[in-house]
Design a protein around this ligand. Sequence first.
Ligand code: CTP
Ligand code: CA
Length: 232
Amino acid sequence: VRSDALQRTLEGVHVAISAGGTREPLDPVRFIGNRSSGKQGYALARVAAQRGARVTLVAGNTADLATPAGVDLVRVGSAVELRDAMHKVAADADVVVMAAAVADFRPVSLSGHKIKKTSGDPDPISLTKNPDILAELVSARREGQVIVGFAAETGDETTSVLDYGRAKLQRKGCDLLVVNAVGDGKAFEQEDNAGWLLSKDGAETPIPHGPKTQVASAVWTRLPPACPSLSR
Ligand code: CTP
Ligand code: CA
């Protein structure tokens, strides 16, 4: 069908997408995690595959999601595992999307055995910073590679969600940033999403509230002008 053919705009393009939340282990049975469901990253993978892309999906912890048809899945646990997997996949990707909710910190030490309850007060958990995978991928960027980041923001008394997004785009140096408002029942674990697409060239496109596949379509539709290998 003609309309299908027109939608296959990612034919011949390899996209690498991270999704879900990382789990930072404390001992063999415990971890520090977050509420990411992976739904937005999976929706991006599904829509990219439908548009003809070769898709590698690197997934941390997610809700019970079916692997989209035609997508290669790589499973990871911690942020450090996610980083290793993304560097490997990105080396061969035309587009890289960091939709994963990466833990900013991990426990300094990982106990080889289950930490036992003792009679006194528990030890505090010491944390150390995880690598900023998106920033690393931007530094290691291949010629013509397009890099997309996400920003989950609540905003606060002094700064709006959108202003935090603008600052994050500058700081991260990616080509496109998908800004979502989170908290208050928004985005995390939800079927719907909304926000803005902020482009390095200054363009700001609002994404109307809708299913995460619609947000995914908005991302893939916005990409071609930024990516030489997409505008052939
Ligand atoms: N990200 C990453 N590595 C990290 C933390 C975040 O690659 N260690 C990526 C996320 O996948 C997302 C983007 O960076 O694409 C922004 O994540 P976010 O948590 O919103 O931003 P941070 O830079 O961690 O800043 P903060 O949490 O303080 O807002
Ligand atoms: Ca963060």
